[in-house]
Design a protein around this ligand. Structure first.
Ligand code: SAM
Length: 277
C-alpha cells in the first residue's frame, strides 16, 4: 500500500506535482565523509490518479480472473490441507484428455504457456504465478482465441507439490526467474535443491525441466548445482540466438521480460535437464 509520507510530500513539492502526487519511497540514505545524509535512487514520483488507475486495473483483473474458467486460485489452506480437487486430476477434470501435462513456473503474462499451447495442441499447459494481475493477460488471450489446452494457476511455486500429485507432470519450463543473487535469497532461487526435490516429486521419472534465463549467474549456478548433484544435463546453450543448435521452441517464443532483455542485447541462455531419480 503506498502512503504519502513527509518525505514523499517534500519530493512531490520539489517535483512540482503538488499534493496530488505520491512518491514511491525508493530512496537509499547514506552518510558522506562530512556526515551529511545523501539520498540516492529516488526514482518515482507519480501523480495520484496514475496510481489509482493502476490499482483499479488490478482490481478489475482480479475480478475477471474469478470469472475465467481457465484460472484456478486455490487458497494456501486448501493446498496444504489437501483439499484442492484438481491435484492429481488436472487432465481428467479440466483438460478432459490424457495428453502430457507441461507447467510454466513464474509465467508472468503467460506468453510462453500460450505460445507452446498453440504450437503443441496435443499437450496441456499450465502457467503458474503468484501475481494474478499478470497472468490475467494470458488467460484472457486463451479465452478470446479459444485455446483450450492452457490454464493458469495462482500459487506460490513453493507449494507446487500440493497443487500436483506425484508423477502427474511431464515437463516444466522456468522462464526468466528472478535470479535471487544475494546469498540470503538462495532459498527463493527456483533451481535450488529444495525446488528440484519438489519438481522431482511431481514429474514423471522421464520428465524434463527447461530453464531459460538472461542471468549468467542463474545459468552458471544451475549448471554447477546440476553437475554437483549428479542430475543429467541434456542440453545447455549460453547464447541461444547466436550459438547454433537451440531447439526451435526456445527461440520461436519470447516472453515479456525476454523481449526487454533482447532489446538490451543480453544473451539468453538455456538448459534442459533431467532430475536424478
Ligand atoms: C522476472 S518475472 C518473469 C515473468 C515471465 N516468465 C517472463 O519471462 O516475462 C518472474 C515471475 O515469477 C513470479 N514469481 C517469482 N517468485 C515466485 C514464487 N515463489 N511463486 C510464484 N511466482 C513467483 C513473479 O510474480 C514474476 O511474474
Amino acid at each position: 500500500m503506498l502512503q504519502k509520507s513527509g518525505f514523499s510530500l517534500c519530493l512531490s513539492k520539489a517535483f512540482g506535482v503538488g499534493e496530488d502526487a505520491v512518491a514511491i519511497p525508493h530512496a537509499n540514505f547514506t552518510k558522506n565523509k562530512d556526515k551529511h545524509i545523501i539520498a540516492s535512487n529516488i526514482s518515482l514520483v507519480l501523480p495520484k490518479f496514475l496510481i489509482q488507475v493502476g490499482s483499479k486495473n488490478k482490481l478489475k483483473r482480479f475480478n475477471e480472473n474469478e470469472s475465467f474458467k481457465n484460472v484456478f486460485q486455490p487458497t494456501r489452506e486448501e493446498l496444504i490441507d489437501n483439499n484442492f480437487e484438481l491435484k492429481g486430476h488436472w487432465n481428467s477434470i479440466f483438460f478432459k484428455n490424457n495428453n502430457p501435462l507441461v507447467l510454466e513456473l513464474g509465467c508472468g503474462k503467460g506468453e510462453y504457456s500460450i505460445g507452446l499451447a498453440q504450437k503443441y495442441p496435443d499437450k496441456n499447459f499450465i502457467g503458474i504465478d503468484i501475481k494474478g494481475a499478470r497472468f490475467w493477460r494470458g488467460a484472457k488471450t486463451a479465452l478470446e482465441e479459444h485455446i483450450p489446452n492452457v490454464a493458469f494457476l495462482r500459487t506460490q511455486i513453493e507449494l507446487i507439490d500440493h497443487a500436483f500429485a506425484e508423477n502427474e507432470v511431464d515437463e516444466i519450463w522456468i522462464t526468466f526467474p528472478d535470479p535471487q543473487i544475494k546469498y540470503k535469497r538462495t532459498k527463493h532461487r527456483m533451481t535450488n535443491s529444495e525446488f528440484l526435490k519438489r519438481y522431482k516429486f511431481i514429474l514423471k521419472p522421464e520428465g524434463v525441466v527447461n530453464l531459460k534465463t538472461d542471468s549468467e549467474f542463474m545459468h552458471g549456478y544451475t549448471l554447477g548445482l546440476l553437475q554437483g548433484e549428479g542430475h543429467e544435463i541434456l542440453y545447455a546453450n549460453h547464447d541461444v540466438y547466436k550459438q547454433e543448435g537451440s531447439p526451435e521452441e526456445v527461440t520461436s517464443i519470447q516472453t515479456y521480460y525476454e523481449s526487454q532483455y533482447l532489446e538490451q542485447n543480453k544473451p539468453i541462455t538455456y538448459i534442459r535437464f533431467k532430475i536424478k531419480q
